[in-house]
Design a protein. Sequence first.
Length: 363
Amino acid sequence: MVKILSIVGARPQFIKAAPMSRALRARHQEVLVHTGQHYDDNMSEVFFRELDIPPPEHHLGIGSGSHGTMTGAMLPAIEAVILEEKPDLVLVYGDTNSTLAGALAAAKLQTPVAHVEAGLRSFNRSMPEEINRVVADHLSELLLCPSETAVSNLAAEGITRGVWMVGDVMADTLLHSMERARQESNVLERMQLSQKGFILATIHRPYNTDHPERLGQVAAGLGSAGMPVVFPVHPRTGRALQNQGLDLGQHPNILACPPLGYLDMVRLEQAARLVVTDSGGVQKEAYWAHTPCLTLRPDTEWVETIEAGWNRLVASDAQVIRQAIGAVSTPGTHPELYGDGHAAPRMVQVMEDWLQDRGPIQR
Ligand code: UD1
Ligand code: UDP
């Protein structure tokens, strides 16, 4: 049995951690650390409840702040937990500030780091996530990749040791939740939506929320979609709308609501005619749910969804969005992308084998 310290803090990380915690705890000891980067009930607790994620052994309560403030506050707090728990390995997920702080604190303490969702690149350093990913990958000894593209991206940066193509753990969560969402979520009834009769939209990237003009253009584009648009509003986006004096109420077809729980979200992804998003996770989930997607960004890490014809990059401009919504079609083919929904047990096996070959840490 080995001891793994998993670090999470933001919404998509809870969703990724759910199957990993299950697979890890079946054979090993897991210590779960929640940095507190996301803290509202509907951004954090709801996922622990719905996905049966064990309560974190350590909650660091870091909260919001600038990148430097947040990452800086996480470092000594994570360091103290690593020193106390003495794990064999630290596991970090994705590309948030919690990922960066976790990888950095562990690497400095000579504790090996495994990175889930390694090798993704947008090649756009104006995204805070791109910086977090590049640094986390270069600090990691085990790089757990969701796609062959990710493996090639790492090779292009000279990283070839410790690289494993394991598939995407978000598929594990989604594929295991599709039927549950159909049975347990009543969101379609609650919001009076018909099958394939609405669009689901999520927006939270600083590229769209924090740039003067763009958020208004996105709202106007969705407002002219000619059908209901369900829009669960991320807290960053809610704050930006308020700061910019934008009122979604002026677009009667936009059904704005607070962030939703996972099962409601999956139900909507399945039933929507179209997804419009700038989220990484939602692009993939739309694909797995066989729902076409428009991504309001200049680039994406999930290039395979574009190549397969199910996703399209669209400028954050009202007229372009309206035209793209009107032009959406459903491709006739749907190749399997990002694995088979069994990435978590595969990753546990990789970590186990690697730790066994490596022997105990010399502290
Ligand atoms: C973060 C991640 C992003 C990820 C997203 C998932 C970084 C740099 N960004 O972005 O990669 O896609 O999470 O959702 O790590 N807030 C609340 N309540 C909360 C959490 C946040 O009100 O529970 C508000 C605060 O005003 C905060 C703002 O949202 O300042 C942004 O939160 P933050 O965690 O800094 O970044 P996200 O945009 O959520
Ligand atoms: N999600 C959710 N409720 C919402 C919006 C998103 O449960 O209101 C889920 C979504 O299904 C996906 C994950 O959150 O599993 C994506 O997280 P987010 O878009 O915040 O971050 P990203 O993936 O872009 O890093």
